[in-house]
Ligand binder design. Structure first.
Ligand code: LIP
Length: 274
């Protein structure tokens, strides 16, 4: 029997694949960019078109569903997560990469029901990486099951981080201090330029942890479920439960590793919240 969630998932997957083709076709073209919060925070016509394509397609099929989309919120829309079925959309996570033609950008699409994640889809059409998860059904890359690493010790870890798309000096100072503190005691730091794809490195076991201060709910909505379904943890960087509107996240392959990292990190609390 086909459940409502099966239908939501299949419709979302088809739309994501279709929207992904638009990103793939456009990545090597010259883009005209608009600046959002600062000179490295961009939106392109393709970000807006992908978001519209997803919202229209999902809205036509599921008129009672709600939406939180990055570009809609940037243009003054609401960022309210209620108990209603809500699709949380980042049409291009890694817009700066997309503008440069650096092929690590993706669509990130999550469905929350009763404020809890039910579906997560992350698609990088340039590298044909389709990460998917449904609650209690496991996590997959191109249909094959994925699992986090079993690393429990910070000294053996690869940690993903991001410079972010803000010029906030205090945030950058703390990022540098955390980088300086971690590099000598871990295996390595890595950065893909996309929060969602960094999370997927943790989900597939290529990296062991990721943290960022300054992300938004649309950057992490799909990734949270995929990491959890791959056996990992998603928490607040100070150690408690993740607060999805706080613009802070820490993901790790194991709780032990998450605890070790959270205890070491110098904390930063971005404002305003989502
Ligand atoms: C960006 C991420 C980037 C992260 C920023 C921001 P955008 O999303 O991909 O990795 O550091 O905080 O969220 O603006 O490209 O969708």
């Amino acid at each position: 029997m086909v459940s409502d969630l099966d239908t939501y998932y299949n419709v979302a997957l088809n739309l994501t694949k279709k929207a992904g083709q638009l990103i793939k076709e456009r990545i090597s073209e010259k883009k005209s960019v608009e600046i959002k919060s600062c000179d490295i925070d961009f939106v392109t016509e393709t970000d807006r078109q992908v978001e519209q394509l997803l919202i229209k397609g999902l809205g036509d099929n599921f008129p009672e569903h709600k939406f939180i989309g990055e570009e809609g919120v940037s243009d003054g829309g609401q960022c309210n997560l209620t108990d209603a079925p809500t699709w949380i959309i980042d049409p291009i996570d890694g817009t700066l990469n997309f503008v440069h033609g650096f092929p690590h950008s993706c669509i990130s699409l999550g469905l929350f029901i009763n404020s809890q994640p039910e579906i997560g889809i992350i698609y990088n059409p340039m590298l044909e990486q389709l990460f998917t998860a449904r609650k209690d059904h496991g996590a997959y890359l191109n249909g094959n099951p994925i699992r986090v690493s079993d690393h429990t010790d910070l000294s053996q870890a690869i940690i993903m981080f991001e410079n972010g798309t803000s010029r906030d000096e205090e945030r950058y100072k703390i990022l540098c201090e955390n980088h300086k503190m971690l590099v000598p005691i871990i295996h390595g730091m890595r950065s893909l330029g996309s929060a969602a794809l960094n999370m997927m490195m943790v989900a597939m076991g290529g990296a062991d942890a990721y943290f960022e201060f300054g992300i938004h709910i649309w950057d992490i909505a799909a990734g949270e479920l995929i990491i959890k379904e791959a056996g990992g943890v998603v928490i607040d960087p100070s150690g408690g439960s993740v607060d999805r509107m706080s613009r802070r996240v820490l993901c790790a392959s194991t709780q032990t590793l998450a605890d070790q990292l959270s205890q070491k990190l110098i904390q930063y609390y971005p404002t305003p919240r989502d």
